[in-house]
Design a protein around this ligand. Structure first.
Ligand code: FAD
Length: 357
């Protein structure tokens, strides 16, 4: 493969890279190569270590249609042990993520290279030279969609997201309705455990590494979720998308939607050359609001008493009025109340809230 040249090189074929490849093709850019370090089998396994839940709103905003939605998601339930339970109606899907990625990449028609990026640097005459396990690739534009431990980020930007949270995901037999169940408790450093529906007869459960037991005989794996976005995700000719840019939501840790949407925006920036516009979009899009990280920092210090106090005013059916009254009664929880509201409003499209304690 040595000595490949292309106009746009995308590193990584996860949600961010696949979306970027698809949108580049839609925008008429055909000289695109996607480099992926994992074999087909390992790629499928890596991408199935995930809750695989994505909102309809994110798919729509990313301009992605998939025939691999395996379950509808109708509600999110947040429980705090004996302290309370909150149920929120939402619209989304559980997707078969490996198949969805294959579908998007196939539609893109991009050249696919099975190799690992080792390092990349700028060329004095413009463009980039990538050293990979299978030889060098020279490109004009580089999109780093290579996940939490991005090599593109390390080589070109020299920065990293504020936190890398190690998470375990296990697929176990079990029935579940279309509800995403989150269980929060104090002392979990702002994380939670989850119980999501999966494909027929299976559930996906997960938790922060070290805070739970891996279910026996489960199909499980560990990965990191990066939170706390970077000061800049674009430079002349180079863009970071998805986890490489630290875009997962710091409260719910969801990042598929952010990766798909940022992949599509990265493709637009690559075609227009508006690098600053990409950074400015991240700065202004409510999905990536810095208040989410503030809320995460605040929430990670909550005690069980705080959780109980914060839930109590929302007892029964929550309304926006109750939310305002809760903020007035407990201003010290305002950041978290507001960030949860923003997360549902801008990530999921809030349908209805009902809360029971
Ligand atoms: C356990 C777990 C559960 C999750 N559940 C959900 C969920 O239910 N909903 C949700 O919205 N989000 C969830 N997330 C977050 C979500 O998985 C990520 O935010 C999303 O995958 C980010 O996509 P990405 O394309 O940016 O990066 P990735 O999915 O990490 O893809 C990066 C790709 O780049 C490749 N790559 C990396 N380095 C190189 C290299 N040097 N050379 C070549 N290729 C390289 C990798 O092999 C990979 O294929 C979960 C995360 C974890 C860890």
């Amino acid at each position: 493969m040595d000595g490949i040249r292309c106009r746009v090189l995308i590193v990584g074929s996860g949600p961010a890279g696949a979306s970027a490849a698809y949108h580049l093709s839609r925008l008429g850019e055909k000289d695109v190569a996607v480099i992926e370090r994992l074999s087909e089998k390992a790629h499928s396994r890596y991408h199935s270590i995930c809750g695989e839940a994505v909102s309809d709103k994110s798919l729509r905003r990313a301009g992605i249609e998939t025939s691999h939605a395996v379950r509808r998601v109708e509600a999110i339930e947040i429980s705090c042990g004996s302290l309370g339970k909150t149920r929120i109606s939402v619209r989304g899907s559980i997707v078969d993520r490996p198949k969805m990625l294959e579908e998007i990449l196939e539609r893109s028609g991009a050249k696919r290279i099975r190799a690992s990026l080792r390092s990349v640097s700028r060329l004095p005459e413009g463009g980039f030279i990538a050293e990979t396990s299978a030889g060098t690739v020279v490109c004009d534009i580089l999109i780093g969609a290579d996940g939490a431990h991005s090599t593109v980020r390390k080589c070109i930007f020299g920065t990293r997201p504020e936190q890398l949270v190690p998470v375990i995901n296990a697929v176990v037999p079990g029935d579940s309705d279309g509800t995403l169940r989150f269980s929060v408790k104090a002392g979990d450093d702002g994380f939670y455990s989850w119980d999501f529906p999966s494909s027929a007869g299976r559930k996906s459960v997960g938790f922060r590494k070290g805070s739970g037991e891996i279910p026996e005989d489960s199909n499980h794996g560990a990965r990191c979720i990066p939170i706390g976005r970077l000061p800049h995700a674009a430079q002349e000719g180079c863009i970071l998308a998805g986890d490489a840019a630290g875009l997962p939501n710091p409260l719910c840790y969801g990042g598929i939607g952010a990766a798909l949407i940022s992949g599509s925006r990265a493709a637009e920036a690559a075609v227009s050359g508006d690098w600053r516009g990409y950074d400015s979009w991240i700065d202004h899009d409510r999905m990536f609001d810095r208040r989410f990280m503030d809320a995460h920092s605040s929430f990670s210090r909550w005690t069980d008493g705080d959780i109980q106090d914060a839930m109590r005013p929302l007892n029964g059916n929550a309304t926006i009025l109750k939310g305002f009254l809760a903020i007035l009664r407990h201003p010290k929880y305002a950041r978290v109340y507001m960030a949860c509201w923003m997360g549902f409003r801008f990530g999921w499209r809030l349908v209805l809230i009902s809360i029971r304690i």
